[in-house]
Design a protein around this ligand. Structure first.
Ligand SMILES: [Zn+2]
Length: 290
């Protein structure tokens, strides 16, 4: 397997979930070993997508350098990770990635339009070699050794509308498109006022999030999956793992995880030397980006 990038430039325009600002997002090809770099065209600042540049993780994963920020990277990055794209330039002219419909669908369509092409350097994976875990109150996230990429996620919102949900996802790009990519971001009616007070979700509405009250979905449209919330948590987890320089081989599991815990987990991978870099060719029968 070789490293990849996209074939041609593509762009979309939308609004940010938290800032409600209009933003144009442009994706363009990059070369071998360049990795993933963001560029704030309005501020002329480049921000490499790496865990050292994560500056906050309240409700979204946000990167920054000096006082220049790019927020809500996770849904775009989830799609880029699932497509196995190693090198790409991402250009935005405001401080948040567009939310579109709250899922990764628009970004998958954008990547389909761009096409994926192989470069010449060999593709690498990060193979988890010892279990690591990060906990906070009842929530936890974990990575353990596995020759595959598996996700086992559970949530329990303790309201009639969501309750307990669990989902096991075995990664392939095809499975991602069918089982995960369409799951939208979600929230509880009771949390919305709180978030607005924190100056968050200013761009949020029923077209870009699933909102639940105590008993049911508020949106007039149906859920896309019966267990859409837990699937969205897996979508987010992939987007947060994308901060690593290579695709992760291992089993990710979580109960009620968050962007913050995912960030601490990726940091811990380095602190505990919990991975080794392996040749992707050795796993071409188990991991498919086709
Ligand atoms: Zn999300």
């Amino acid at each position: 397997m070789l490293q990849t990038t996209i074939l041609k430039k593509v762009e979309i325009t939308g609004v940010g979930l938290h800032t409600a600002q209009k933003v144009t997002l442009k994706l363009s090809p990059a070369g071998d070993d360049e990795g993933i770099t963001f560029y704030r065209s309005d501020k002329k600042e480049t921000i490499k997508f790496c865990y050292e540049n994560v500056i906050s993780t309240t409700l979204s994963t946000n990167i920054g350098v000096k006082d220049v920020v790019i927020s809500t990277t996770e849904h775009l990055m989830s799609a880029i990770y699932a497509y196995g794209i190693d090198n790409i330039h991402i250009d935005v002219d405001a401080d948040e990635i567009p939310i579109v419909d709250g899922s990764a669908t628009a970004f998958c369509m954008l990547l389909n339009e761009a096409g994926v092409k192989s470069l010449s350097a060999k593709k690498k994976f990060m193979k988890i070699v010892k279990p690591i875990e990060v906990k906070e109150k009842n929530s936890w996230v974990k990575l353990s050794p596995s020759g595959q990429s598996e996700f086992d996620y559970s949530i329990d919102f303790n309201t009639k509308a969501i309750q307990e949900q669990s989902f096991i996802f075995n990664f392939s790009k095809k499975n991602y498109l069918e089982e995960i990519s369409k799951a939208r971001t979600f929230g509880l009616m009771s949390d919305i006022a709180k978030m607005r007070e924190m100056n968050l979700i200013k761009g949020g509405d029923l077209d870009n999030a699933v909102i639940f009250d105590e008993c049911k979905v508020i949106n007039s449209s149906k859920l896309r999956y019966e267990d859409e919330p837990v699937r969205h948590k897996i979508l987010d987890a992939l987007g947060d793992l994308a901060i690593l320089p290579h695709f992760v081989l291992g089993k990710y599991s979580s109960f009620a995880g968050s962007h913050r815990l995912n960030h601490l987990l990726t940091k811990k991978m380095y602190e505990e030397e919990a991975f080794e870099i392996v040749d992707a060719d050795d796993f071409k029968d188990t991991i498919s980006f086709a």
